[in-house]
Design a binder for this molecule. Sequence first.
Ligand SMILES: Cc1cc2nc3c(=O)[nH]c(=O)nc-3n(C[C@H](O)[C@H](O)[C@H](O)COP(=O)(O)OP(=O)(O)OC[C@H]3O[C@@H](n4cnc5c(N)ncnc54)[C@H](O)[C@@H]3O)c2cc1C
Length: 78
Amino acid sequence: MAGLFVFIGQPPNSQWVPDAIEQDEYGFIITRPNLETSVRGVFAAGDVRKGSTKQAASAAGEGAATAALMIREYMKTM
Ligand SMILES: Cc1cc2nc3c(=O)[nH]c(=O)nc-3n(C[C@H](O)[C@H](O)[C@H](O)COP(=O)(O)OP(=O)(O)OC[C@H]3O[C@@H](n4cnc5c(N)ncnc54)[C@H](O)[C@@H]3O)c2cc1C
């Protein structure tokens, strides 16, 4: 039985993101290990982030755990 599985790709919807927030050539946002972007106090999580696994569970974990905790740590410095 012959078949074809087409994968269309998922370009990130990041055109609106300011240039100051560093992105790769495809528009994925570049983050540090703590998910902070090139702009201090701005964090990115999930599929839009360069290097993410593009899986629902890790996107939720990045947002709900890592980024949220790192934002809390950042706010302590303010
Ligand atoms: C066909 C398909 C099958 C998949 N199957 C699986 C699977 O089996 N298992 C798995 O783990 N993962 C699967 N995934 C991947 C999973 O869906 C993603 O990893 C996950 O949804 C990423 O979550 P996210 O919150 O980062 O992004 P998204 O779920 O894409 O959420 C981003 C949200 O931001 C909104 N948005 C975008 N731009 C703007 C804007 N300018 N202003 C306001 N809102 C905006 C969008 O409308 C969207 O609601 C699949 C994906 C696809 C497309």
